[in-house]
Design a protein around this ligand. Structure first.
Ligand SMILES: [Zn+2]
Length: 199
């Protein structure tokens, strides 16, 4: 299996990626317009395969049947990260929803002898896609339990709202990317100042 790496999003240079951040940003905003990168079953499957959470041959109709559950999880992650970035704690109802997703991903393995009695197969009991959702939800759960919550940020560009983890030493990053959103804000401030001077 070959691995591809995208250009790092964070100029300060940690390549550690959080799964919940990757998933929540599959719905991104370009100048305020939503762009859903996993809007079709094929796209969602490709995303899950890329992140090692399902087989490439999982039937698209299975993905289709679970599409809404994935969208619900993503909305939940949007809401929770928004609250945390605003300095609030997740609401009790949000914690319950998150814990439901974690519980629904329950699975286990079974060792099954093959017909000839001399070889074995490891069977998997549990819903593969529910497990994928639990893995994504688990990434947020572990992050909240083990890390500084104040590092979860929503990009200050109103038209972007990308979620990111601020890994800068000072912990004061406001934009998902200085070269795009940060630069746009700087240009806007500069223009406003210029207008102020000419008025
Ligand atoms: Zn941004």
């Amino acid at each position: 299996m070959t691995e591809t790496h995208e250009a790092p999003l964070e100029p300060q240079g940690s390549d550690e990626r959080e799964l919940f951040v990757d998933f929540v940003n599959t719905l991104e905003f370009e100048d305020g317009r939503p762009v859903d990168h996993v809007s079709t079953a094929a796209d969602l499957r490709a995303w899950l395969v890329d992140h090692g959470m399902c087989g490439a041959r999982l039937p698209l109709r299975s993905i289709e049947a679970d599409a809404e559950a994935f969208r619900d999880l993503r909305s939940l992650l949007h809401e929770v990260t928004e609250r945390i970035a605003d300095g609030s704690a997740p609401a009790p109802a949000q914690l319950r929803r998150l814990n439901d997703v974690l519980r629904d991903g329950m699975h286990y393995h079974q060792l099954v002898p093959d017909a000839d009695g001399t070889s074995y197969t490891v069977g998997h009991v549990g819903d593969e896609l529910a497990q994928a959702r639990a893995t994504i939800a688990g990434s947020l759960a572990h992050y909240l339990a083990d890390h500084d919550l104040r590092r979860i940020r929503v990009c200050a560009n109103e038209g972007c709202r990308w979620r990111f983890i601020d890994r800068s030493p000072a912990g004061r990053r406001r934009w998902c990317d200085m070269r795009t959103c940060g630069n746009r804000a700087k240009v806007a401030r500069h223009r406003a100042r210029a207008r102020g001077v000419s008025a």
